[in-house]
Design a protein around this ligand. Structure first.
Ligand code: ZN
Length: 184
């Protein structure tokens, strides 16, 4: 099957169309760029990237910033202390959904990483886990998938059959949380 967008290359099914490697990666990068532009966080000149994947994607987006790479997820106190920098984390729509669902199922109502946080840019928020896995495969980048958990297994059939639901869920959980916990 040829690509729906360029009509040239061999392609794989993606939602209701077929996309070749090039057009698929372009679509993912476009979504990441748009998300970064809307976020405004990149006005800070120093970006602290968590992991090499985040660094490599950020480097392909901007040349105007000083980029530092760290390997470990910092504590919330450390994040709050970096007020003249922006921390860029490899956080997808699935990370956002699972963070919310795991917390509510455990009765935890304090969710310091949910939604838009000052000095933190969740770089892959408009992208699902499945979309990231294919993007990284095409780009020869290393992606560390979410660790297996009962909640992830529960969502797996939805991610497989209705991937757009995972996008929508990632976008909605902050609003859901505000309805459930009015003090958020
Ligand atoms: Zn194409």
């Amino acid at each position: 099957m040829v690509c729906t967008t360029c009509q040239k290359e061999e392609s794989k099914p993606y939602q209701d169309k077929h996309l070749c490697k090039k057009c698929y990666c372009r679509m993912i990068e476009h979504r990441i760029r748009k998300h970064v532009r809307e976020d405004q966080s990149l006005k800070q000149t120093t970006l602290v990237c968590m992991g090499s994947l985040t660094t490599s994607v950020i480097e392909s987006i901007t040349r105007r910033h000083t980029i530092e790479t760290i390997e470990e997820q910092p504590s919330l106190e450390d994040v709050q202390a970096i007020n003249d920098k922006v921390l860029i984390i490899p956080w997808t729509a699935d990370h956002e959904s699972l963070y919310f669902l795991n917390n509510i199922s455990n009765g935890i109502t304090t969710m310091p990483f949910l939604g838009k946080r000052q000095n933190i840019l969740k770089l892959f928020l408009p992208i699902t886990e499945q979309e990231m896995i294919l993007f990284c495969e095409y780009k020869n980048l290393t992606y560390n998938p979410l660790p297996s958990s009962p909640m992830l297994s529960m969502l797996a059939p939805i991610a497989q059959k209705q991937p757009q639901v995972m996008n929508a869920l990632g976008k909605s959980v902050t609003r859901l949380a505000k309805i459930v916990y009015k003090d958020l």
